[in-house]
Design a binder for this molecule. Sequence first.
Ligand code: SF4
Length: 452
Amino acid sequence: MSIITIAPLPPGAKPAAPPLQKETTAGSYFITNYPPFNFWKPEFVPALHSAMAQLPRASVPLGLYTHIPFCRKRCHFCYFKVYTDKDSSEIKGYIEAVLKEFALYAGQPFVGGRKPKFIYFGGGTPSYLSPEQLRHLTDGMKQLLPWDDAEEITFEAEPGTLTDHKLRAIRELGVTRLSLGIEHFDDHILEINGRAHRSKEIARAYAYAREIGFPQINIDLIAGMVEETEDKWKDAVAQALTLQPDSLTIYQMEVPFNTGIYQQMKAQGKLVAPVADWETKRRWVDYAFREFERAGYAVNSTSTVVRDPAKVKFLYREGLFSGADLLSVGVASFGHINGVHYQNQADFDPYLAKVNAGELPIFRAYPTQPDERYIREFMLMLKLGANSRSQFAAKFGADPLEQFAAPLKQLQDWGCLTVDGDRLTLTRDALLQVDRLLIEFFKPEHRAKRTS
Ligand code: SF4
């Protein structure tokens, strides 16, 4: 198949480099949704109520997301809504509220008789809950929205919270994909970054999880934590390889404004975060990717490698990226119903107050337009490395080469993307910095301000 060039550069001309940012400064750089969160507004919440009153669009799957906002300790790089000071009665109250929230949705027309295809427990630390609390939560969820068609149930876990007993209970709930937040294997790095667990707990939890036989185990690492070094990173990659996980996810450390690291930077009047620069982080991820590829793994997104791409799927990510309905509950959680994005109340007490008054705890929403849904899905799917022109043309009625002529030309001119027949493929270097390249696809009105 021949390589098509949309607009060849004049002979001898060098493609301009994409704009580079070297140091890690404060802010959110990763694109997880579109349009950006700061365009989601309280005044759009009625649009969500209208969307809930409609039947589902044909063949759109339904997924569930439950946010568990509790952690043993707040990591210094954490930007999630988490609580480390809630006692068992507050946790119990939260679980009851989550079930009440599910009940408010369960009978609505948008469900349309669908059973969830994928389910995700995220946080926070879902494994912070006791086996009894987890059983109560999941029994209640199953009564409202039966899980018998669920093909994937993902559960995030922090190694230090996992006993043999709890891991067995988690498997018995039906969890098929256990995602272990390891982040690093070096005890000093774990400690200085505020992690609650240590390397011994990783080894014990991983061995238990394998013994119990979870169908899929993912492990997370972070490239560029505070005091990371070349040697320590290589050692972390080697240790991750020894575990032979079904998949490995590597995040490049970013320092959003609501992190402990940023608070410290502000207090010291520093603009540059005390973590590796972006070029180094990309090099470290590339090193990990190459080591895993040598061991037979395949890179299947900007941040993941999988042992067997034919078997190891991630339906939650696929559904989230391709516009599935995501019924999302819990404080600060993000969902999507019939074309409308929404986010819940971001604080504990207002969230509980709303649900306990029998109201949906929605804080803000955004009714997407058809062109925005096309941009969103095209960008997010590009984070997997390549897009099929024919698939997008069939779904959205326009060839991406025409719909996105200007940004695709820009990426080609930068040497970041090739067009080979049906395939639009990012280079490895582009894949590792895809988030800043995706801004090229934004509508002009969404470019200036894109964080929450
Ligand atoms: S364990 Fe995860 S969610 Fe909890 S504080 Fe650390 S990074 Fe945040």
